[in-house]
Design a protein around this ligand. Structure first.
Ligand code: SF4
Length: 88
């Protein structure tokens, strides 16, 4: 019985996908590379020396990507010395 309940709860959890956005104020990036070091799944250093969100789109000076898994992004948010990475 307990196993059935757990499976049902797990199934329900998997069905709930919350879309979130990673937002980087790219124009304020100082190119330290910390975000890419702690979260290579979502950040990379670009040829211009600034970080980019992998697969992100530029919008009004910000780079934005919708995701349903923010795993390591929280670390990037915390480690960015100029605090330009946000999760919404
Ligand atoms: S941690 Fe912040 S300042 Fe450093 S590269 Fe990433 S976005 Fe730019």
């Amino acid at each position: 019985m307990a196993v059935k309940k757990r499976r049902k709860k797990l199934r329900a959890t998997r069905e709930i996908k919350i879309n979130m956005k990673i937002i980087q104020e790219r124009s304020k990036c100082i190119g330290c590379g910390s975000c890419a070091a702690v979260c290579e799944k979502h950040f990379k250093m670009s040829e211009d020396g600034l970080a980019s969100i992998i697969g992100g789109q530029m919008d009004n000076g910000n780079m934005i990507l919708e995701v349903d898994d923010i795993a390591c992004v929280r670390e990037a948010v915390e480690i960015c010395p100029v605090q330009i990475i946000k999760i919404e």
